[in-house]
Design a protein around this ligand. Structure first.
Ligand SMILES: [Zn+2]
Length: 133
């Protein structure tokens, strides 16, 4: 399953990140997920919870920030939402030289550590790139 391998890669990337301030448990992981990344959010969420078991991420919440797919036409400069399946033909000049501006994101943008010391959740930011396999 595609989502499972992504979830496992995410957990590996996070657990390989040195914990800041000695915080170990991670309570939430923020992920930017592009509309065109080919990942089903619900499925990824489920796989993520499985992949987290037995790690510092156990019980962590996956906070998904959806990024809509957008394309831009080189010759005429038009920009539009691609939708899914993506429309890559320019609606303005009907040219076929569209370039994807966004929508392929699959990136961890932050971690929230469970911080027992002050009772609150301290936010630490880490930028981890999930490699697409
Ligand atoms: Zn165009």
């Amino acid at each position: 399953m595609h989502e499972m391998s992504i979830a496992v890669a995410m957990v590996e990337q996070v657990t390989e990140t040195p914990a800041a301030d000695g915080c170990q448990a991670v309570s939430a992981v923020r992920l930017r997920l592009g509309e065109l990344a080919g990942v089903v959010a619900g499925s990824l969420r489920f796989c993520f919870s499985l992949a987290c078991a037995g790690t510092v991420l156990e019980g962590a919440e996956l906070l998904i920030e959806h990024v809509p797919g957008r394309a831009r036409c080189e010759p005429c400069g038009a920009e539009w939402a691609t939708g899914m399946p993506p429309q890559l033909c320019c609606p303005q000049c009907e040219g076929g030289k569209a370039e994807l501006v966004s929508g392929r994101e699959l990136q961890i943008t932050g971690l929230r550590h469970a911080d027992g010391a002050d009772g609150g959740g301290a936010a630490h930011h880490a930028s981890v790139q999930v490699k697409e396999s």
